[in-house]
Design a protein around this ligand. Structure first.
Ligand SMILES: *Cc1c(COP(=O)(O)O)cnc(C)c1O
Length: 226
């Protein structure tokens, strides 16, 4: 990957200081991740539990790993000993199970609630209404091993920038509502994760403070050769 370091620096240098870059390394080999690491990147995102575990075991210990894909409860065990943030909490069942398994490791795992605003049925997450009611209904005092740090969302896969921007603004609204209601005074609730290679500028305009960028750093993913 001759351009990896250049791609990474071009993005990093263009970001406002409050925006964290998660380098999405799914389907890319550990050599590419090591190269980004050597260029200074420390936060990486993966979307398959076993792939993440294998990469974690082979790469430096001070990498901050974020899980960003759909997580089945029977796969939590692979990542729970070390994962920093699970960005893709899309059910109460998953949240409860993450809390339970994190307690077995004496850890507190940061979590984001995934909100579904895109048109595609295939994307996971709570609808905006569901998200607000779930947050109101849960008994947070019993969950000692997770910490809700904010929300994550993906926009529709479309060229219609007006539509994408509107979806990001909707997520920002939910974030603000939670911030001033259920999580009022909770300084840990501070992450609004939205924006990928194609749309992170729009996401930042809408208020995102964490972007998840893969192909614009590592190039196209090769899904055949994992
Ligand atoms: C793959 C993925 C990304 C990165 O996508 P790119 O288009 O390669 O930047 C970001 N977020 C999630 C949830 C992903 O699954």
């Amino acid at each position: 990957m001759p351009n990896l370091k250049h791609n990474l620096q071009a993005i990093t240098q263009s970001l406002p200081p409050e925006v964290t870059l998660v380098a999405v390394s799914k389907y890319h080999p550990t050599e590419a991740i090591q190269e980004a690491y050597d260029a200074g990147q420390r936060v990486f995102g993966e979307s398959h539990a076993l792939e993440l575990k294998e990469k974690h075991d082979r790469l430096p210990d001070d990498i901050e790993w974020h899980f960003i894909g759909h997580l089945q409860t029977n796969k939590i065990k692979y990542i729970i000993p070390f994962v920093k943030v699970i960005q893709s909490i899309d059910s109460i069942k998953l949240l409860n199970e993450v809390d339970r398994q994190a307690s077995l490791h004496n850890r507190v795992v940061d979590c984001l609630l995934q909100i579904h605003v895109a048109e595609e049925e295939t994307k996971f997450g709570f609808s905006p209404e569901e998200c607000l009611s779930v947050v109101r209904s849960l008994d947070w005092s019993t969950m000692n091993n997770i910490r809700i740090r904010g929300v994550m969302a993906m926009a529709s896969n479309t060229d219609d920038t007006g539509k994408i921007a509107a979806e990001f603004r909707r997520v920002k609204q939910i974030f603000d509502t939670l911030h001033t209601s259920a999580f009022k005074g909770n300084t840990a609730f501070d992450i609004l994760s939205m924006g990928m290679s194609a749309d992170y500028e729009l996401a930042i305009e809408a208020g995102s403070n964490m972007i998840r960028v893969g192909s614009k750093i590592f190039g196209e993913r090769n899904y055949l050769q994992k």
